[in-house]
Design a binder for this molecule. Structure first.
Ligand code: ADQ
Length: 519
Protein backbone atom coordinates (compact mmCIF):
# COMPACT_ATOMS: atom_id res chain seq x y z
CA UNK A 1 0.00 0.00 0.00
CA UNK A 2 1.36 3.41 -0.94
CA UNK A 3 2.13 5.91 1.79
CA UNK A 4 -0.49 8.63 2.18
CA UNK A 5 0.46 12.28 2.56
CA UNK A 6 -2.40 14.54 3.67
CA UNK A 7 -2.04 18.29 3.30
CA UNK A 8 -4.65 20.48 4.97
CA UNK A 9 -4.89 23.94 6.44
CA UNK A 10 -5.24 22.55 9.98
CA UNK A 11 -3.61 19.35 11.12
CA UNK A 12 -5.81 17.37 13.49
CA UNK A 13 -4.47 16.81 16.95
CA UNK A 14 -4.95 13.11 17.72
CA UNK A 15 -5.36 13.94 21.42
CA UNK A 16 -8.00 16.62 20.88
CA UNK A 17 -11.62 15.49 21.30
CA UNK A 18 -12.86 18.56 19.39
CA UNK A 19 -11.45 17.21 16.11
CA UNK A 20 -14.30 16.66 13.65
CA UNK A 21 -15.39 13.26 12.37
CA UNK A 22 -13.68 13.63 9.00
CA UNK A 23 -10.38 14.50 10.65
CA UNK A 24 -10.65 11.39 12.82
CA UNK A 25 -11.36 9.30 9.73
CA UNK A 26 -8.35 10.74 7.87
CA UNK A 27 -6.18 10.04 10.88
CA UNK A 28 -7.39 6.43 10.99
CA UNK A 29 -6.51 6.06 7.30
CA UNK A 30 -3.06 7.50 7.94
CA UNK A 31 -2.49 5.11 10.84
CA UNK A 32 -3.55 2.15 8.73
CA UNK A 33 -1.35 2.94 5.71
CA UNK A 34 1.36 4.85 7.46
CA UNK A 35 1.68 8.41 6.39
CA UNK A 36 2.36 12.04 6.88
CA UNK A 37 0.03 14.91 7.75
CA UNK A 38 1.25 18.34 6.76
CA UNK A 39 -0.22 21.74 7.50
CA UNK A 40 -0.68 24.70 9.83
CA UNK A 41 -0.31 23.95 13.54
CA UNK A 42 -2.82 26.64 14.54
CA UNK A 43 -0.12 28.92 15.99
CA UNK A 44 0.67 32.48 14.94
CA UNK A 45 4.18 33.94 15.31
CA UNK A 46 5.13 37.59 15.15
CA UNK A 47 7.20 37.51 11.96
CA UNK A 48 8.19 35.33 9.01
CA UNK A 49 11.69 34.83 10.41
CA UNK A 50 10.21 32.88 13.33
CA UNK A 51 8.46 30.32 11.11
CA UNK A 52 9.99 26.89 11.55
CA UNK A 53 8.92 23.39 10.54
CA UNK A 54 8.14 20.96 13.39
CA UNK A 55 8.11 17.23 12.99
CA UNK A 56 6.44 14.79 15.39
CA UNK A 57 5.96 11.06 15.05
CA UNK A 58 3.07 9.14 16.56
CA UNK A 59 3.24 5.44 15.64
CA UNK A 60 3.07 5.14 11.85
CA UNK A 61 2.09 8.78 11.36
CA UNK A 62 4.39 11.76 11.05
CA UNK A 63 2.95 15.21 11.70
CA UNK A 64 4.83 18.03 9.97
CA UNK A 65 3.50 21.45 10.88
CA UNK A 66 4.31 25.15 10.56
CA UNK A 67 2.92 28.29 12.18
CA UNK A 68 1.64 31.33 10.26
CA UNK A 69 3.15 34.75 10.73
CA UNK A 70 0.74 37.42 11.98
CA UNK A 71 0.68 38.87 8.47
CA UNK A 72 -0.08 35.46 6.90
CA UNK A 73 -2.85 34.85 9.39
CA UNK A 74 -4.43 38.21 8.66
CA UNK A 75 -3.93 38.40 4.90
CA UNK A 76 -3.92 34.73 3.85
CA UNK A 77 -6.22 32.98 6.34
CA UNK A 78 -8.66 35.70 7.34
CA UNK A 79 -8.13 37.60 4.09
CA UNK A 80 -7.95 35.66 0.83
CA UNK A 81 -9.25 32.35 2.26
CA UNK A 82 -12.11 33.54 4.41
CA UNK A 83 -13.00 37.00 3.15
CA UNK A 84 -12.61 36.25 -0.59
CA UNK A 85 -12.78 32.55 -1.53
CA UNK A 86 -15.20 31.44 1.19
CA UNK A 87 -17.96 33.96 0.36
CA UNK A 88 -17.61 33.56 -3.41
CA UNK A 89 -17.76 29.77 -3.17
CA UNK A 90 -20.89 30.16 -1.03
CA UNK A 91 -22.54 32.47 -3.60
CA UNK A 92 -22.12 35.55 -1.34
CA UNK A 93 -20.43 37.97 -3.72
CA UNK A 94 -21.80 40.82 -1.61
CA UNK A 95 -19.56 39.79 1.29
CA UNK A 96 -16.40 39.14 -0.71
CA UNK A 97 -13.41 41.43 -0.13
CA UNK A 98 -10.41 41.32 -2.48
CA UNK A 99 -7.05 42.97 -1.97
CA UNK A 100 -3.82 42.36 -3.89
CA UNK A 101 -2.03 41.92 -0.53
CA UNK A 102 -4.29 39.07 0.52
CA UNK A 103 -3.83 37.27 -2.80
CA UNK A 104 -0.06 37.70 -2.54
CA UNK A 105 -0.19 36.25 0.98
CA UNK A 106 -2.21 33.27 -0.28
CA UNK A 107 0.35 32.64 -3.00
CA UNK A 108 3.21 33.07 -0.51
CA UNK A 109 1.80 30.66 2.08
CA UNK A 110 1.10 28.01 -0.57
CA UNK A 111 4.64 28.39 -1.92
CA UNK A 112 6.09 28.08 1.58
CA UNK A 113 3.99 24.97 2.25
CA UNK A 114 5.24 23.37 -1.00
CA UNK A 115 8.86 24.30 -0.22
CA UNK A 116 8.63 22.60 3.17
CA UNK A 117 6.65 19.61 1.90
CA UNK A 118 8.58 18.71 -1.28
CA UNK A 119 11.68 17.34 0.51
CA UNK A 120 9.45 15.15 2.72
CA UNK A 121 7.89 13.28 -0.24
CA UNK A 122 8.85 9.81 -1.44
CA UNK A 123 8.40 9.10 -5.18
CA UNK A 124 5.54 6.64 -4.59
CA UNK A 125 3.51 8.71 -2.08
CA UNK A 126 -0.11 9.55 -2.77
CA UNK A 127 -0.54 13.24 -1.95
CA UNK A 128 -4.03 14.39 -0.91
CA UNK A 129 -4.56 18.14 -0.54
CA UNK A 130 -7.68 19.47 1.20
CA UNK A 131 -9.77 22.53 0.58
CA UNK A 132 -9.75 26.06 -0.71
CA UNK A 133 -6.87 27.30 1.42
CA UNK A 134 -4.40 25.24 -0.60
CA UNK A 135 -5.41 25.26 -4.27
CA UNK A 136 -1.94 26.23 -5.64
CA UNK A 137 0.03 23.71 -3.57
CA UNK A 138 0.18 21.10 -6.35
CA UNK A 139 1.35 23.64 -8.94
CA UNK A 140 4.06 24.74 -6.53
CA UNK A 141 5.07 21.12 -5.91
CA UNK A 142 5.17 20.41 -9.68
CA UNK A 143 7.39 23.45 -10.13
CA UNK A 144 9.78 21.76 -7.69
CA UNK A 145 9.86 18.58 -9.76
CA UNK A 146 7.28 16.55 -7.82
CA UNK A 147 5.67 14.00 -10.19
CA UNK A 148 3.61 12.04 -7.66
CA UNK A 149 -0.11 11.56 -8.07
CA UNK A 150 -1.65 14.57 -6.31
CA UNK A 151 -5.35 14.87 -5.51
CA UNK A 152 -7.45 17.76 -4.26
CA UNK A 153 -10.76 17.61 -2.40
CA UNK A 154 -12.93 20.72 -2.16
CA UNK A 155 -15.05 20.60 1.00
CA UNK A 156 -17.06 23.68 0.07
CA UNK A 157 -19.27 24.31 -3.00
CA UNK A 158 -17.80 25.17 -6.39
CA UNK A 159 -19.70 28.20 -7.71
CA UNK A 160 -21.10 28.60 -11.22
CA UNK A 161 -18.57 30.09 -13.66
CA UNK A 162 -20.16 33.54 -13.74
CA UNK A 163 -19.70 33.79 -9.96
CA UNK A 164 -16.18 32.43 -9.93
CA UNK A 165 -15.05 35.22 -12.24
CA UNK A 166 -15.76 37.66 -9.40
CA UNK A 167 -12.48 36.50 -7.87
CA UNK A 168 -9.98 38.74 -9.64
CA UNK A 169 -7.39 35.95 -9.66
CA UNK A 170 -9.72 33.20 -10.90
CA UNK A 171 -7.62 32.48 -14.03
CA UNK A 172 -4.54 31.89 -11.95
CA UNK A 173 -6.44 29.65 -9.52
CA UNK A 174 -8.01 27.60 -12.30
CA UNK A 175 -4.69 27.10 -14.05
CA UNK A 176 -3.19 26.06 -10.72
CA UNK A 177 -5.90 23.47 -10.12
CA UNK A 178 -4.93 21.73 -13.37
CA UNK A 179 -1.75 20.56 -11.65
CA UNK A 180 -3.83 17.97 -9.75
CA UNK A 181 -4.52 14.50 -11.15
CA UNK A 182 -7.83 14.08 -9.32
CA UNK A 183 -10.14 16.86 -8.16
CA UNK A 184 -12.98 15.78 -5.85
CA UNK A 185 -16.27 17.54 -5.16
CA UNK A 186 -19.11 17.06 -2.69
CA UNK A 187 -21.92 17.07 -5.26
CA UNK A 188 -22.55 16.60 -8.96
CA UNK A 189 -23.64 20.26 -9.15
CA UNK A 190 -20.19 21.36 -7.95
CA UNK A 191 -18.44 19.01 -10.36
CA UNK A 192 -20.59 20.33 -13.22
CA UNK A 193 -19.76 23.96 -12.34
CA UNK A 194 -16.05 23.15 -12.31
CA UNK A 195 -16.14 21.30 -15.63
CA UNK A 196 -18.24 24.07 -17.19
CA UNK A 197 -15.57 26.59 -16.35
CA UNK A 198 -12.80 24.44 -17.79
CA UNK A 199 -14.75 23.79 -20.98
CA UNK A 200 -16.34 27.20 -21.52
CA UNK A 201 -13.53 29.47 -20.41
CA UNK A 202 -10.37 27.44 -20.82
CA UNK A 203 -10.97 25.48 -24.01
CA UNK A 204 -11.30 22.19 -22.12
CA UNK A 205 -13.12 19.12 -23.38
CA UNK A 206 -14.87 16.36 -21.43
CA UNK A 207 -13.37 13.07 -22.57
CA UNK A 208 -15.57 10.96 -20.30
CA UNK A 209 -18.14 11.96 -17.68
CA UNK A 210 -15.32 12.75 -15.27
CA UNK A 211 -12.10 13.19 -17.26
CA UNK A 212 -11.53 16.64 -18.59
CA UNK A 213 -8.74 17.54 -20.95
CA UNK A 214 -7.31 21.07 -20.89
CA UNK A 215 -4.10 21.96 -22.67
CA UNK A 216 -1.60 19.25 -21.84
CA UNK A 217 -3.47 18.07 -18.74
CA UNK A 218 -5.98 15.28 -18.17
CA UNK A 219 -7.76 15.86 -14.86
CA UNK A 220 -10.25 13.48 -13.23
CA UNK A 221 -13.06 15.54 -11.70
CA UNK A 222 -15.39 13.33 -9.65
CA UNK A 223 -17.94 13.41 -6.85
CA UNK A 224 -17.01 11.99 -3.43
CA UNK A 225 -19.67 13.05 -0.91
CA UNK A 226 -18.18 13.46 2.57
CA UNK A 227 -19.73 11.32 5.29
CA UNK A 228 -19.62 10.63 9.01
CA UNK A 229 -18.47 7.68 11.12
CA UNK A 230 -21.94 6.24 11.71
CA UNK A 231 -20.95 3.61 14.27
CA UNK A 232 -19.13 6.07 16.47
CA UNK A 233 -22.27 8.25 16.61
CA UNK A 234 -24.44 5.23 17.40
CA UNK A 235 -22.06 4.31 20.22
CA UNK A 236 -21.88 7.85 21.61
CA UNK A 237 -25.65 8.32 21.39
CA UNK A 238 -26.50 5.10 23.22
CA UNK A 239 -24.03 5.09 26.10
CA UNK A 240 -25.28 5.60 29.66
CA UNK A 241 -24.07 9.20 29.85
CA UNK A 242 -26.08 10.05 26.72
CA UNK A 243 -29.21 8.52 28.25
CA UNK A 244 -28.73 10.69 31.33
CA UNK A 245 -28.50 13.82 29.19
CA UNK A 246 -31.56 12.87 27.19
CA UNK A 247 -33.56 12.36 30.41
CA UNK A 248 -32.40 15.79 31.55
CA UNK A 249 -33.57 17.30 28.23
CA UNK A 250 -37.04 15.90 28.81
CA UNK A 251 -37.28 16.30 32.55
CA UNK A 252 -40.73 16.98 33.94
CA UNK A 253 -42.10 20.39 33.18
CA UNK A 254 -39.84 20.84 30.17
CA UNK A 255 -41.13 21.07 26.60
CA UNK A 256 -42.05 17.90 24.77
CA UNK A 257 -40.44 18.75 21.45
CA UNK A 258 -36.82 19.74 21.14
CA UNK A 259 -35.62 21.14 17.81
CA UNK A 260 -31.85 21.12 17.47
CA UNK A 261 -29.51 23.15 15.29
CA UNK A 262 -25.71 22.69 15.43
CA UNK A 263 -23.54 24.90 13.25
CA UNK A 264 -20.42 27.00 13.38
CA UNK A 265 -21.59 30.60 13.68
CA UNK A 266 -21.16 31.29 9.98
CA UNK A 267 -23.35 33.42 7.73
CA UNK A 268 -23.62 30.52 5.27
CA UNK A 269 -25.47 28.41 7.83
CA UNK A 270 -28.62 30.54 7.65
CA UNK A 271 -29.05 30.99 11.41
CA UNK A 272 -31.01 34.27 11.42
CA UNK A 273 -33.38 32.86 8.76
CA UNK A 274 -33.74 29.73 10.92
CA UNK A 275 -34.65 31.80 13.99
CA UNK A 276 -37.20 33.74 11.92
CA UNK A 277 -38.69 30.45 10.70
CA UNK A 278 -39.01 29.28 14.30
CA UNK A 279 -40.75 32.54 15.19
CA UNK A 280 -43.11 31.95 12.26
CA UNK A 281 -43.85 28.46 13.60
CA UNK A 282 -44.93 29.98 16.91
CA UNK A 283 -47.03 32.62 15.12
CA UNK A 284 -48.74 30.18 12.73
CA UNK A 285 -49.19 27.41 15.31
CA UNK A 286 -49.50 29.03 18.75
CA UNK A 287 -50.39 25.63 20.22
CA UNK A 288 -46.63 24.97 20.10
CA UNK A 289 -45.96 27.64 22.70
CA UNK A 290 -44.56 26.04 25.86
CA UNK A 291 -44.37 22.73 23.96
CA UNK A 292 -41.49 23.34 21.58
CA UNK A 293 -37.96 24.66 22.11
CA UNK A 294 -35.28 25.49 19.57
CA UNK A 295 -31.81 24.66 20.90
CA UNK A 296 -29.16 26.24 18.72
CA UNK A 297 -25.53 25.35 19.38
CA UNK A 298 -23.27 27.69 17.45
CA UNK A 299 -19.61 27.95 18.47
CA UNK A 300 -17.68 31.07 17.48
CA UNK A 301 -15.57 30.99 14.34
CA UNK A 302 -13.39 33.50 12.39
CA UNK A 303 -14.60 36.31 14.63
CA UNK A 304 -11.95 38.71 13.32
CA UNK A 305 -13.77 38.82 9.95
CA UNK A 306 -16.43 41.55 10.10
CA UNK A 307 -19.20 39.50 8.48
CA UNK A 308 -18.83 36.97 11.31
CA UNK A 309 -19.09 39.60 14.04
CA UNK A 310 -22.20 40.97 12.31
CA UNK A 311 -23.95 37.62 12.24
CA UNK A 312 -23.29 37.11 15.94
CA UNK A 313 -24.95 40.42 16.83
CA UNK A 314 -27.89 39.70 14.55
CA UNK A 315 -28.44 36.30 16.12
CA UNK A 316 -28.20 37.56 19.68
CA UNK A 317 -30.73 40.26 18.91
CA UNK A 318 -33.12 37.81 17.24
CA UNK A 319 -33.01 35.22 20.03
CA UNK A 320 -33.63 38.02 22.54
CA UNK A 321 -36.61 39.27 20.51
CA UNK A 322 -38.21 35.84 20.18
CA UNK A 323 -37.70 34.99 23.83
CA UNK A 324 -39.08 38.40 24.81
CA UNK A 325 -42.12 38.06 22.54
CA UNK A 326 -43.09 34.44 23.32
CA UNK A 327 -41.20 33.31 26.43
CA UNK A 328 -42.69 32.87 29.88
CA UNK A 329 -41.43 32.22 33.41
CA UNK A 330 -41.48 28.52 32.75
CA UNK A 331 -40.46 28.44 29.06
CA UNK A 332 -37.53 29.79 27.02
CA UNK A 333 -38.38 29.31 23.33
CA UNK A 334 -34.82 29.70 22.00
CA UNK A 335 -31.82 28.27 23.84
CA UNK A 336 -28.75 29.64 22.17
CA UNK A 337 -25.39 28.12 23.18
CA UNK A 338 -22.40 29.99 21.77
CA UNK A 339 -19.57 27.51 22.40
CA UNK A 340 -18.00 24.20 21.44
CA UNK A 341 -19.63 21.12 22.86
CA UNK A 342 -18.01 17.65 23.24
CA UNK A 343 -19.06 15.25 20.49
CA UNK A 344 -20.57 12.85 23.06
CA UNK A 345 -22.86 15.62 24.26
CA UNK A 346 -23.79 16.50 20.68
CA UNK A 347 -24.69 12.87 19.98
CA UNK A 348 -26.96 12.80 23.04
CA UNK A 349 -28.61 16.09 22.11
CA UNK A 350 -29.23 14.84 18.56
CA UNK A 351 -30.84 11.68 19.89
CA UNK A 352 -32.95 13.56 22.39
CA UNK A 353 -34.27 16.01 19.75
CA UNK A 354 -37.41 15.28 17.77
CA UNK A 355 -36.39 17.56 14.90
CA UNK A 356 -32.95 18.19 13.40
CA UNK A 357 -33.08 21.61 11.76
CA UNK A 358 -30.31 21.96 9.15
CA UNK A 359 -31.04 24.99 7.01
CA UNK A 360 -27.84 26.47 5.54
CA UNK A 361 -28.18 29.02 2.76
CA UNK A 362 -25.36 27.20 0.99
CA UNK A 363 -23.19 24.33 2.24
CA UNK A 364 -20.70 21.96 0.62
CA UNK A 365 -22.20 18.91 2.31
CA UNK A 366 -23.23 19.51 5.97
CA UNK A 367 -22.18 16.69 8.23
CA UNK A 368 -24.55 17.71 11.02
CA UNK A 369 -27.47 16.40 8.92
CA UNK A 370 -25.76 12.99 8.70
CA UNK A 371 -24.71 12.99 12.37
CA UNK A 372 -28.32 13.69 13.37
CA UNK A 373 -29.57 10.70 11.36
CA UNK A 374 -26.81 8.43 12.72
CA UNK A 375 -27.61 9.32 16.34
CA UNK A 376 -31.37 8.60 16.22
CA UNK A 377 -33.19 5.77 17.96
CA UNK A 378 -34.31 3.62 15.01
CA UNK A 379 -37.51 2.62 16.85
CA UNK A 380 -38.52 6.21 17.61
CA UNK A 381 -36.50 8.54 15.38
CA UNK A 382 -36.68 12.27 14.91
CA UNK A 383 -37.27 14.09 11.61
CA UNK A 384 -34.58 15.86 9.60
CA UNK A 385 -35.61 19.21 8.08
CA UNK A 386 -32.93 19.95 5.48
CA UNK A 387 -32.12 22.90 3.25
CA UNK A 388 -32.18 22.22 -0.46
CA UNK A 389 -28.95 24.26 -0.64
CA UNK A 390 -26.94 21.83 1.51
CA UNK A 391 -24.89 19.36 -0.52
CA UNK A 392 -26.41 16.65 1.68
CA UNK A 393 -29.81 17.30 0.06
CA UNK A 394 -28.56 15.80 -3.21
CA UNK A 395 -28.65 12.40 -1.50
CA UNK A 396 -30.86 12.64 1.63
CA UNK A 397 -34.14 12.91 -0.23
CA UNK A 398 -36.30 11.34 2.51
CA UNK A 399 -35.64 14.39 4.72
CA UNK A 400 -38.19 17.23 4.63
CA UNK A 401 -36.41 19.37 2.05
CA UNK A 402 -36.99 23.11 2.42
CA UNK A 403 -36.06 26.47 0.99
CA UNK A 404 -34.29 28.17 3.93
CA UNK A 405 -35.09 31.65 2.60
CA UNK A 406 -38.83 30.99 2.92
CA UNK A 407 -39.71 31.25 6.63
CA UNK A 408 -43.28 30.02 6.09
CA UNK A 409 -42.12 26.94 4.19
CA UNK A 410 -39.63 26.03 6.91
CA UNK A 411 -42.28 26.65 9.61
CA UNK A 412 -44.71 24.34 7.76
CA UNK A 413 -42.03 21.65 7.52
CA UNK A 414 -41.39 21.91 11.28
CA UNK A 415 -45.12 21.60 11.94
CA UNK A 416 -45.29 18.60 9.60
CA UNK A 417 -42.42 17.01 11.51
CA UNK A 418 -44.15 17.70 14.83
CA UNK A 419 -47.33 15.96 13.70
CA UNK A 420 -45.75 13.20 11.59
CA UNK A 421 -47.03 9.69 12.41
CA UNK A 422 -44.43 7.43 14.03
CA UNK A 423 -44.56 4.89 11.14
CA UNK A 424 -43.66 7.56 8.62
CA UNK A 425 -40.79 8.78 10.79
CA UNK A 426 -39.42 5.24 11.09
CA UNK A 427 -39.71 4.66 7.34
CA UNK A 428 -38.02 7.93 6.42
CA UNK A 429 -35.28 7.44 8.98
CA UNK A 430 -34.50 3.87 7.84
CA UNK A 431 -34.06 5.07 4.26
CA UNK A 432 -31.89 8.00 5.39
CA UNK A 433 -29.74 5.85 7.65
CA UNK A 434 -29.08 3.44 4.78
CA UNK A 435 -27.92 6.38 2.64
CA UNK A 436 -25.73 7.81 5.42
CA UNK A 437 -24.15 4.38 5.96
CA UNK A 438 -23.57 3.84 2.25
CA UNK A 439 -21.66 7.10 2.05
CA UNK A 440 -19.89 7.20 5.37
CA UNK A 441 -16.52 8.76 6.14
CA UNK A 442 -14.67 5.53 5.41
CA UNK A 443 -16.23 5.17 1.95
CA UNK A 444 -15.50 8.80 1.18
CA UNK A 445 -11.83 8.35 1.93
CA UNK A 446 -11.49 4.97 0.21
CA UNK A 447 -13.31 6.24 -2.88
CA UNK A 448 -11.05 9.24 -3.25
CA UNK A 449 -7.84 7.30 -2.68
CA UNK A 450 -8.90 4.61 -5.14
CA UNK A 451 -9.36 7.27 -7.82
CA UNK A 452 -6.04 8.87 -6.91
CA UNK A 453 -4.20 5.56 -7.02
CA UNK A 454 -5.78 4.51 -10.34
CA UNK A 455 -3.51 4.49 -13.39
CA UNK A 456 -3.33 7.92 -15.02
CA UNK A 457 -5.81 8.52 -17.83
CA UNK A 458 -4.69 6.60 -20.87
CA UNK A 459 -5.75 7.73 -24.31
CA UNK A 460 -5.17 4.32 -25.93
CA UNK A 461 -7.24 2.51 -23.28
CA UNK A 462 -10.10 4.91 -23.87
CA UNK A 463 -10.09 5.81 -27.57
CA UNK A 464 -9.44 3.91 -30.75
CA UNK A 465 -7.99 6.98 -32.52
CA UNK A 466 -4.30 7.82 -32.14
CA UNK A 467 -3.52 10.27 -29.40
CA UNK A 468 -2.59 13.81 -30.36
CA UNK A 469 1.08 14.68 -29.93
CA UNK A 470 1.13 15.93 -26.38
CA UNK A 471 3.00 14.96 -23.28
CA UNK A 472 0.31 14.60 -20.66
CA UNK A 473 2.88 14.01 -17.97
CA UNK A 474 4.89 17.09 -18.75
CA UNK A 475 5.19 18.98 -15.48
CA UNK A 476 2.77 21.84 -15.41
CA UNK A 477 4.58 25.16 -15.21
CA UNK A 478 2.75 27.78 -13.23
CA UNK A 479 2.77 31.29 -14.62
CA UNK A 480 4.48 33.56 -12.12
CA UNK A 481 1.66 34.86 -9.99
CA UNK A 482 3.08 38.34 -10.07
CA UNK A 483 2.21 38.54 -13.75
CA UNK A 484 -0.97 36.43 -13.61
CA UNK A 485 -2.70 38.42 -10.91
CA UNK A 486 -2.81 41.75 -12.71
CA UNK A 487 -4.11 40.12 -15.89
CA UNK A 488 -6.71 38.26 -13.82
CA UNK A 489 -7.75 41.47 -12.13
CA UNK A 490 -8.10 43.19 -15.47
CA UNK A 491 -10.37 40.50 -16.90
CA UNK A 492 -12.55 40.17 -13.84
CA UNK A 493 -15.47 42.16 -15.18
CA UNK A 494 -15.21 41.11 -18.78
CA UNK A 495 -17.40 38.03 -18.58
CA UNK A 496 -16.70 34.38 -18.94
CA UNK A 497 -15.44 34.10 -22.50
CA UNK A 498 -12.77 36.68 -21.91
CA UNK A 499 -11.47 34.60 -19.02
CA UNK A 500 -9.82 32.09 -21.37
CA UNK A 501 -6.32 31.27 -20.19
CA UNK A 502 -3.61 33.25 -21.94
CA UNK A 503 -1.72 30.08 -22.95
CA UNK A 504 -3.87 28.47 -25.61
CA UNK A 505 -4.41 24.74 -25.12
CA UNK A 506 -2.19 22.61 -27.33
CA UNK A 507 -5.13 20.75 -28.89
CA UNK A 508 -8.28 22.44 -30.08
CA UNK A 509 -11.52 20.82 -28.88
CA UNK A 510 -12.45 19.90 -32.47
CA UNK A 511 -9.35 17.75 -32.82
CA UNK A 512 -10.49 15.39 -30.09
CA UNK A 513 -12.47 12.54 -31.50
CA UNK A 514 -14.53 10.74 -28.92
CA UNK A 515 -15.34 7.08 -29.25
CA UNK A 516 -16.40 4.92 -26.31
CA UNK A 517 -15.90 6.29 -22.83
CA UNK A 518 -13.38 4.66 -20.58
CA UNK A 519 -14.77 1.52 -18.86
P1 ADQ B 1 -18.17 22.93 8.16
O1 ADQ B 1 -18.61 24.19 7.50
O2 ADQ B 1 -17.44 23.11 9.42
O3 ADQ B 1 -17.32 22.00 7.19
P2 ADQ B 1 -20.21 20.77 8.75
O4 ADQ B 1 -20.22 19.80 7.65
O5 ADQ B 1 -21.55 21.09 9.27
O6 ADQ B 1 -19.57 22.17 8.40
O7 ADQ B 1 -19.35 20.15 9.90
C1 ADQ B 1 -19.27 20.75 11.14
C2 ADQ B 1 -18.71 19.77 12.15
O8 ADQ B 1 -18.44 20.49 13.34
C3 ADQ B 1 -19.68 18.66 12.48
O9 ADQ B 1 -18.98 17.46 12.64
C4 ADQ B 1 -20.28 19.12 13.83
O10 ADQ B 1 -20.64 18.08 14.70
C5 ADQ B 1 -19.14 19.92 14.42
N1 ADQ B 1 -19.68 20.99 15.28
C6 ADQ B 1 -20.50 21.97 14.91
N2 ADQ B 1 -20.82 22.73 15.99
C7 ADQ B 1 -20.18 22.19 17.03
C8 ADQ B 1 -20.10 22.51 18.42
N3 ADQ B 1 -20.76 23.53 18.97
N4 ADQ B 1 -19.33 21.75 19.19
C9 ADQ B 1 -18.66 20.69 18.67
N5 ADQ B 1 -18.70 20.35 17.38
C10 ADQ B 1 -19.44 21.09 16.57
C11 ADQ B 1 -16.88 22.03 5.83
C12 ADQ B 1 -17.94 22.38 4.78
C13 ADQ B 1 -19.13 21.46 4.90
C14 ADQ B 1 -18.65 20.00 4.75
C15 ADQ B 1 -17.51 19.71 5.71
C16 ADQ B 1 -16.91 18.33 5.48
O11 ADQ B 1 -18.36 23.74 4.95
O12 ADQ B 1 -20.10 21.73 3.92
O13 ADQ B 1 -19.72 19.13 5.05
O14 ADQ B 1 -16.47 20.67 5.55
O15 ADQ B 1 -16.51 18.13 4.16
Amino acid sequence: MKRLVVVSNRVADPGCPASGGLAVCILDGLKERGGLWFGWNGEVVASESEIGVSCRRDGQVTFVTMPFSEQDYKEHYLGFCNAALWPVHHYRLDLARFTPESCDAYSRVNRRFAEALAPQLHPDDLVWVHDYHLIPVAAELRARGVRNRIGFFLHIPFPPPDMLVAVPEHEWLMRAILAYDVVGFQTSADQANFCRFLCEAMGGEMLTSDVVHVGCRFVTASVFPAGVCVDSFVTMATQAEAQRRIRWLHRRGEPRINIIGVDRLDYTKGLPDRFRSFRRLLELHPENCKAVTLMQIAPPTREEVKAYADIRHELEALSGEINGQFGDFDWTPVRYVHRNVPRETLAALYRGSQIGLVTPLRDGMNLVAKEYIAAQDETDPGVLVLSRFAGAAEDLEEALIVNPYDADEVAHAMQRAISMPKEEKIERHAALLARVRARDAHNWMEGFLEALDAPPFSWSASFSMPAPKIDALRPWTPTAHSSAAPSGRATASRGLRSAAIPHAPSIRPAEIIRTEPRA
